[in-house]
Ligand binder design. Sequence first.
Ligand SMILES: [Zn+2]
Length: 349
Amino acid sequence: MSAEASPDGPGEETLLALAAEAGIHRLSIPTPFQVGRVNAYLIEDSPLTLIDSGPNSGKALDELEQALAARGHAIEDIELLIVTHQHIDHFGLASILARRSGAEVAALDALAPYLRDFRDAAELDDRFAQQMMLMHGIPADVVTALRAVSASFRGWGSAVEVTRSLHDGEQLQLRDRTLRVLHRPGHSPSDTVFLDDRSELGQPSILLAADHLIKHISSNPLLARPLGAAPDFSGPRPRSLVDYIASLKLTRAMTLSLVLPGHGEPISDHVALIDRRLHLHHRRAEKIHGLIAAAPRTAHEIALELWGNVAVTQAYLTLSEVLGHVDLLLADGRVVEQEADGVVRFAAV
Ligand SMILES: [Zn+2]
């Protein structure tokens, strides 16, 4: 390998070349979202496999087609399409690709009904989000505005039939490799990562991680309706950050040469990156504890203290962020939840 080493370890080109030697190629697909491009990965094996597809847009389809052509393939050649999780920037094109190629569509078993009934599932997600936002102090007019924004995004997704259900821990056998399927919920309830472990051959061990771990941004553990929850779900609030931290610790314990994420650059030192993320969450929980200790507050009031107007324009994202950290404090018994007139406030113990 010849590319330069930076203080952060080997550079992006070196790491992409390492993946390419293992037959895994990053295809960078445009999205209309703030996150920017999404990474699909082409695995040149048998079956010819694509991990994630990009959003449902002509521009994404066009660029995907060009990226495949640059490697000598057409959409019709894809034989297996794997969906990593329930976010539309990752699976929106899957139905078009499956129709044109006849590819098998593989996803976590618990995710299959969500993908099949995507429109209904997205509607239930929005209803759940609305309920959470009102309960945690976000004004009704902001909630209404955000629901409209969310509905307008839905067209970038598309329902797709999963023809091959995957189970946590299962091995997915390709001609030249075995992918171990691992459920790592947190960023979303359906996050699935795929381990291509070639260490016994003296080759790199590669984790296809989607949004479970991203180098340049901390993967927001969004508050999400549990998979398979009843339409009128009213159970205990899902604890996305608690789940996410548990998932991160499992990944931290793995021996990996390379992590290929759903956005941005490959990661060569996942342990150091995960340690930075764990530290960040710990610090943020302490800061939020300080605010709650000063006065009982709703999650939205905490978000306003921390982020000002961003807590309005990105109300659900910032609410998820606050609730995630409050869940850590609740688990440690340092904070209690008090409900009055349908609105929840948090108070220090
Ligand atoms: Zn995602």
